[in-house]
Design a protein around this ligand. Structure first.
Ligand SMILES: Cc1ncc(C[n+]2csc(CCOP(=O)(O)OP(=O)(O)O)c2C)c(N)n1
Ligand code: SF4
Length: 294
Protein backbone atom coordinates (compact mmCIF):
# COMPACT_ATOMS: atom_id res chain seq x y z
CA UNK A 1 0.00 0.00 0.00
CA UNK A 2 1.25 3.48 -0.75
CA UNK A 3 2.33 5.95 1.91
CA UNK A 4 -0.39 7.54 4.08
CA UNK A 5 -0.21 11.03 5.59
CA UNK A 6 -0.80 9.65 9.11
CA UNK A 7 2.41 7.59 8.82
CA UNK A 8 4.56 10.72 8.50
CA UNK A 9 6.90 11.90 11.25
CA UNK A 10 5.16 14.62 13.32
CA UNK A 11 8.51 16.22 14.03
CA UNK A 12 9.32 19.39 12.08
CA UNK A 13 12.82 19.92 10.69
CA UNK A 14 12.04 23.38 9.30
CA UNK A 15 11.14 25.66 12.20
CA UNK A 16 8.56 28.47 12.03
CA UNK A 17 9.65 32.12 12.02
CA UNK A 18 11.66 31.98 8.78
CA UNK A 19 11.37 34.77 6.25
CA UNK A 20 9.76 33.13 3.22
CA UNK A 21 6.73 34.84 1.68
CA UNK A 22 3.37 33.41 2.82
CA UNK A 23 2.45 30.36 0.73
CA UNK A 24 6.07 29.76 -0.28
CA UNK A 25 6.58 26.48 -2.16
CA UNK A 26 10.31 26.34 -1.38
CA UNK A 27 9.52 26.30 2.35
CA UNK A 28 6.97 23.55 1.68
CA UNK A 29 9.60 21.54 -0.17
CA UNK A 30 12.11 21.86 2.68
CA UNK A 31 9.46 20.87 5.22
CA UNK A 32 8.52 17.79 3.19
CA UNK A 33 12.16 16.86 2.78
CA UNK A 34 12.41 16.71 6.59
CA UNK A 35 9.34 14.47 6.69
CA UNK A 36 10.96 12.22 4.09
CA UNK A 37 14.49 11.79 5.45
CA UNK A 38 14.46 13.07 9.05
CA UNK A 39 17.76 14.22 10.50
CA UNK A 40 20.16 11.88 8.65
CA UNK A 41 20.97 14.53 6.10
CA UNK A 42 23.47 17.23 5.15
CA UNK A 43 21.84 19.93 3.08
CA UNK A 44 23.63 21.95 0.42
CA UNK A 45 21.82 25.15 -0.53
CA UNK A 46 23.07 27.63 -3.15
CA UNK A 47 22.05 31.30 -3.35
CA UNK A 48 18.26 31.34 -3.80
CA UNK A 49 15.02 31.84 -1.88
CA UNK A 50 15.94 28.68 0.07
CA UNK A 51 18.95 30.60 1.44
CA UNK A 52 16.61 33.20 2.90
CA UNK A 53 14.43 30.48 4.41
CA UNK A 54 17.45 28.73 5.87
CA UNK A 55 18.44 32.03 7.55
CA UNK A 56 21.66 33.95 8.08
CA UNK A 57 24.50 32.66 10.27
CA UNK A 58 24.54 32.20 13.28
CA UNK A 59 20.76 31.66 13.20
CA UNK A 60 18.92 29.10 11.07
CA UNK A 61 15.40 27.77 10.73
CA UNK A 62 16.69 24.29 9.84
CA UNK A 63 17.44 21.71 12.51
CA UNK A 64 19.78 19.71 10.26
CA UNK A 65 23.34 20.54 9.10
CA UNK A 66 23.26 22.91 6.17
CA UNK A 67 25.99 24.50 4.09
CA UNK A 68 25.22 27.57 2.05
CA UNK A 69 27.32 27.68 -1.10
CA UNK A 70 28.08 29.91 -4.11
CA UNK A 71 25.48 29.77 -6.85
CA UNK A 72 27.34 27.55 -9.35
CA UNK A 73 28.97 25.12 -6.98
CA UNK A 74 26.28 23.02 -5.25
CA UNK A 75 26.93 19.70 -6.96
CA UNK A 76 30.72 20.14 -6.67
CA UNK A 77 30.51 20.91 -2.95
CA UNK A 78 28.05 18.06 -2.38
CA UNK A 79 30.56 15.78 -4.16
CA UNK A 80 33.26 16.89 -1.74
CA UNK A 81 31.05 16.25 1.29
CA UNK A 82 30.15 12.87 -0.13
CA UNK A 83 33.84 12.01 -0.55
CA UNK A 84 34.67 13.06 3.01
CA UNK A 85 31.78 11.01 4.42
CA UNK A 86 33.00 8.00 2.42
CA UNK A 87 36.47 8.26 3.97
CA UNK A 88 34.83 8.26 7.41
CA UNK A 89 32.54 5.32 6.48
CA UNK A 90 29.48 7.42 7.35
CA UNK A 91 26.13 6.85 5.69
CA UNK A 92 24.46 10.27 5.55
CA UNK A 93 22.16 11.60 2.82
CA UNK A 94 23.85 14.45 0.99
CA UNK A 95 21.04 16.52 -0.53
CA UNK A 96 21.26 19.61 -2.71
CA UNK A 97 18.18 21.85 -2.60
CA UNK A 98 18.57 24.38 -5.40
CA UNK A 99 16.33 26.68 -7.44
CA UNK A 100 15.85 26.28 -11.18
CA UNK A 101 18.45 29.01 -11.86
CA UNK A 102 20.95 27.31 -9.56
CA UNK A 103 20.22 23.99 -11.30
CA UNK A 104 19.57 24.52 -14.99
CA UNK A 105 21.51 27.74 -15.63
CA UNK A 106 24.54 28.47 -13.48
CA UNK A 107 24.63 25.13 -11.64
CA UNK A 108 24.32 22.86 -14.66
CA UNK A 109 28.01 22.29 -15.32
CA UNK A 110 28.77 21.08 -11.78
CA UNK A 111 25.60 18.98 -11.78
CA UNK A 112 26.49 17.37 -15.10
CA UNK A 113 29.98 16.54 -13.80
CA UNK A 114 28.62 15.00 -10.60
CA UNK A 115 26.07 12.97 -12.61
CA UNK A 116 28.75 11.66 -14.96
CA UNK A 117 31.02 10.72 -12.02
CA UNK A 118 28.14 8.94 -10.26
CA UNK A 119 28.46 10.95 -7.04
CA UNK A 120 26.18 9.64 -4.31
CA UNK A 121 23.98 12.74 -4.07
CA UNK A 122 20.28 13.50 -4.14
CA UNK A 123 19.87 16.72 -6.14
CA UNK A 124 16.48 18.40 -5.74
CA UNK A 125 15.62 21.33 -7.98
CA UNK A 126 12.63 23.28 -6.65
CA UNK A 127 11.35 24.94 -9.77
CA UNK A 128 9.60 28.27 -9.20
CA UNK A 129 10.30 29.02 -12.86
CA UNK A 130 12.38 32.13 -12.35
CA UNK A 131 15.07 33.93 -10.37
CA UNK A 132 12.60 34.85 -7.66
CA UNK A 133 14.99 35.77 -4.88
CA UNK A 134 16.55 38.62 -6.86
CA UNK A 135 13.27 40.08 -8.10
CA UNK A 136 11.56 37.65 -10.51
CA UNK A 137 13.90 37.56 -13.49
CA UNK A 138 13.57 34.94 -16.25
CA UNK A 139 15.45 31.66 -15.95
CA UNK A 140 15.95 28.80 -18.39
CA UNK A 141 12.94 27.19 -16.75
CA UNK A 142 10.53 30.12 -17.16
CA UNK A 143 7.86 28.81 -19.55
CA UNK A 144 7.03 30.39 -22.89
CA UNK A 145 4.69 33.37 -22.52
CA UNK A 146 5.28 34.02 -18.81
CA UNK A 147 5.80 37.55 -17.55
CA UNK A 148 8.89 38.22 -15.45
CA UNK A 149 10.62 41.54 -14.77
CA UNK A 150 13.00 40.76 -17.65
CA UNK A 151 10.31 39.40 -20.01
CA UNK A 152 7.66 42.08 -19.70
CA UNK A 153 5.81 40.98 -22.85
CA UNK A 154 6.11 37.32 -21.93
CA UNK A 155 9.11 35.02 -22.45
CA UNK A 156 9.61 34.24 -26.13
CA UNK A 157 11.60 31.03 -25.72
CA UNK A 158 10.39 27.67 -24.43
CA UNK A 159 11.68 26.28 -21.17
CA UNK A 160 14.75 24.07 -20.89
CA UNK A 161 13.85 20.45 -20.16
CA UNK A 162 16.23 19.89 -17.23
CA UNK A 163 14.96 16.42 -16.16
CA UNK A 164 15.59 15.07 -19.70
CA UNK A 165 19.11 16.54 -19.71
CA UNK A 166 19.92 14.82 -16.42
CA UNK A 167 18.25 11.57 -17.57
CA UNK A 168 20.53 11.61 -20.65
CA UNK A 169 23.47 11.12 -18.25
CA UNK A 170 22.11 7.63 -17.49
CA UNK A 171 21.82 8.29 -13.74
CA UNK A 172 19.89 5.71 -11.64
CA UNK A 173 16.93 7.94 -10.83
CA UNK A 174 15.21 10.99 -12.29
CA UNK A 175 11.75 12.15 -11.27
CA UNK A 176 9.42 15.10 -11.39
CA UNK A 177 7.24 16.00 -8.40
CA UNK A 178 5.04 18.81 -7.13
CA UNK A 179 4.58 20.46 -3.73
CA UNK A 180 0.86 19.91 -4.32
CA UNK A 181 1.33 16.13 -4.17
CA UNK A 182 3.43 15.75 -1.00
CA UNK A 183 3.19 11.97 -0.60
CA UNK A 184 4.31 11.38 -4.19
CA UNK A 185 7.31 13.66 -3.53
CA UNK A 186 8.17 12.03 -0.18
CA UNK A 187 7.98 8.54 -1.71
CA UNK A 188 10.34 9.61 -4.49
CA UNK A 189 12.81 11.13 -2.02
CA UNK A 190 12.80 8.00 0.16
CA UNK A 191 13.07 5.56 -2.73
CA UNK A 192 15.89 7.46 -4.44
CA UNK A 193 17.85 8.00 -1.22
CA UNK A 194 18.35 4.22 -1.02
CA UNK A 195 20.02 4.12 -4.46
CA UNK A 196 23.72 4.68 -5.09
CA UNK A 197 24.79 7.36 -7.53
CA UNK A 198 23.31 10.70 -8.48
CA UNK A 199 19.55 10.96 -8.07
CA UNK A 200 17.59 13.93 -9.43
CA UNK A 201 14.12 15.17 -8.45
CA UNK A 202 12.57 18.19 -10.16
CA UNK A 203 9.96 19.67 -7.80
CA UNK A 204 7.35 21.97 -9.31
CA UNK A 205 7.02 24.94 -6.95
CA UNK A 206 4.31 27.52 -7.76
CA UNK A 207 5.49 30.85 -6.34
CA UNK A 208 2.67 33.26 -5.39
CA UNK A 209 4.97 36.30 -5.43
CA UNK A 210 6.46 35.69 -8.86
CA UNK A 211 3.53 34.02 -10.58
CA UNK A 212 1.06 36.61 -9.32
CA UNK A 213 -1.60 34.58 -7.51
CA UNK A 214 -2.92 34.85 -3.92
CA UNK A 215 -0.65 33.20 -1.35
CA UNK A 216 -3.33 30.77 -0.15
CA UNK A 217 -3.58 29.24 -3.65
CA UNK A 218 -0.14 27.61 -3.97
CA UNK A 219 -1.46 24.06 -3.64
CA UNK A 220 -4.42 24.78 -5.93
CA UNK A 221 -2.19 26.20 -8.68
CA UNK A 222 0.20 23.23 -8.37
CA UNK A 223 -2.72 20.82 -8.71
CA UNK A 224 -4.02 22.70 -11.75
CA UNK A 225 -0.58 22.37 -13.35
CA UNK A 226 -0.79 18.60 -12.98
CA UNK A 227 -4.49 18.11 -13.75
CA UNK A 228 -4.27 20.19 -16.95
CA UNK A 229 -1.26 18.09 -18.00
CA UNK A 230 1.00 21.15 -18.03
CA UNK A 231 3.25 19.57 -15.37
CA UNK A 232 3.66 15.80 -15.69
CA UNK A 233 4.55 13.59 -12.71
CA UNK A 234 6.87 10.71 -13.60
CA UNK A 235 9.93 8.78 -12.53
CA UNK A 236 12.71 7.08 -14.49
CA UNK A 237 14.20 4.30 -12.37
CA UNK A 238 17.28 2.64 -13.86
CA UNK A 239 16.06 3.70 -17.30
CA UNK A 240 12.49 2.51 -16.83
CA UNK A 241 9.86 5.25 -17.26
CA UNK A 242 6.62 5.38 -15.23
CA UNK A 243 3.93 8.03 -14.79
CA UNK A 244 2.98 8.64 -11.14
CA UNK A 245 0.16 10.29 -9.14
CA UNK A 246 -2.74 11.78 -11.13
CA UNK A 247 -0.59 11.91 -14.29
CA UNK A 248 -1.10 8.12 -14.62
CA UNK A 249 -4.68 8.80 -15.69
CA UNK A 250 -4.06 11.73 -18.03
CA UNK A 251 -2.57 10.06 -21.10
CA UNK A 252 -5.94 10.53 -22.77
CA UNK A 253 -6.34 14.25 -23.59
CA UNK A 254 -10.07 14.09 -22.76
CA UNK A 255 -9.24 13.36 -19.12
CA UNK A 256 -7.20 16.55 -18.71
CA UNK A 257 -8.64 19.88 -17.56
CA UNK A 258 -8.19 22.73 -20.09
CA UNK A 259 -4.71 24.29 -19.96
CA UNK A 260 -6.43 27.72 -19.94
CA UNK A 261 -7.65 27.05 -16.36
CA UNK A 262 -4.05 26.86 -15.19
CA UNK A 263 -3.04 29.98 -17.14
CA UNK A 264 -6.00 32.03 -15.89
CA UNK A 265 -5.13 31.31 -12.27
CA UNK A 266 -1.89 33.34 -12.61
CA UNK A 267 -1.30 37.05 -13.20
CA UNK A 268 1.97 36.31 -15.04
CA UNK A 269 -0.06 34.99 -18.00
CA UNK A 270 -2.76 37.67 -18.06
CA UNK A 271 -1.31 39.47 -21.13
CA UNK A 272 -1.47 36.35 -23.34
CA UNK A 273 -3.32 36.64 -26.65
CA UNK A 274 -5.13 33.74 -28.31
CA UNK A 275 -2.15 32.88 -30.51
CA UNK A 276 0.18 32.59 -27.50
CA UNK A 277 -2.36 30.47 -25.63
CA UNK A 278 -2.66 28.21 -28.69
CA UNK A 279 1.12 27.74 -28.75
CA UNK A 280 1.16 26.83 -25.03
CA UNK A 281 -1.68 24.32 -25.47
CA UNK A 282 0.14 22.76 -28.46
CA UNK A 283 3.37 22.50 -26.47
CA UNK A 284 1.56 20.66 -23.67
CA UNK A 285 0.05 18.25 -26.18
CA UNK A 286 3.38 17.58 -27.90
CA UNK A 287 4.97 16.76 -24.53
CA UNK A 288 2.26 14.13 -23.98
CA UNK A 289 2.91 12.68 -27.45
CA UNK A 290 6.56 12.33 -26.40
CA UNK A 291 5.50 10.73 -23.08
CA UNK A 292 3.30 8.20 -24.91
CA UNK A 293 6.36 7.00 -26.83
CA UNK A 294 8.10 6.22 -23.52
C1 LIG B 1 27.47 34.17 -9.19
C2 LIG B 1 26.23 34.80 -8.69
N1 LIG B 1 25.45 35.47 -9.56
C3 LIG B 1 24.30 36.04 -9.13
C4 LIG B 1 23.93 35.94 -7.82
C5 LIG B 1 22.68 36.63 -7.35
N2 LIG B 1 21.61 35.71 -7.07
C6 LIG B 1 21.34 35.28 -5.81
S1 LIG B 1 19.99 34.31 -5.73
C7 LIG B 1 19.73 34.46 -7.39
C8 LIG B 1 18.53 33.84 -8.06
C9 LIG B 1 18.46 32.38 -7.86
O1 LIG B 1 17.47 31.85 -8.69
P1 LIG B 1 17.04 30.36 -8.50
O2 LIG B 1 18.20 29.48 -8.43
O3 LIG B 1 16.04 30.05 -9.55
O4 LIG B 1 16.35 30.33 -7.05
P2 LIG B 1 15.12 31.23 -6.52
O5 LIG B 1 15.69 32.56 -6.15
O6 LIG B 1 14.13 31.32 -7.61
O7 LIG B 1 14.63 30.50 -5.33
C10 LIG B 1 20.72 35.25 -8.00
C11 LIG B 1 20.77 35.60 -9.43
C12 LIG B 1 24.76 35.23 -6.94
N3 LIG B 1 24.45 35.06 -5.66
N4 LIG B 1 25.91 34.68 -7.39
S1 SF4 C 1 9.57 34.66 -3.99
FE1 SF4 C 1 8.45 32.71 -4.20
S2 SF4 C 1 9.94 31.07 -3.82
FE2 SF4 C 1 10.82 33.02 -3.07
S3 SF4 C 1 10.34 33.13 -0.87
FE3 SF4 C 1 8.69 34.22 -1.98
S4 SF4 C 1 7.11 32.63 -2.41
FE4 SF4 C 1 9.02 31.57 -1.84
Amino acid sequence: MSLQIKELDRKEYLLPGHTACPGCPAAMGLRLLGKALGSNIILVIPASCATIIQGAFPKTSLTVPVINVPFASSAAIASGINGALGLQHKDVNVVVFAGDGGTGDIGLQALSGAAERGENILFICYDNEGYENTGIQRSCSTPYGAWTTTTIKGKQEKRKDIPSIIAAHGVPYVATASVSYPLDFIEKVRKSSKMKGLKYIHLHAPCPTGWRFPSEKTIEVGKLAVLTGTWILFEIEYGSFRLTGPSRFLLDKGKRRPVEEYLKAQGRFKHLNSEMIKRIVEEVESKWVEIKRL
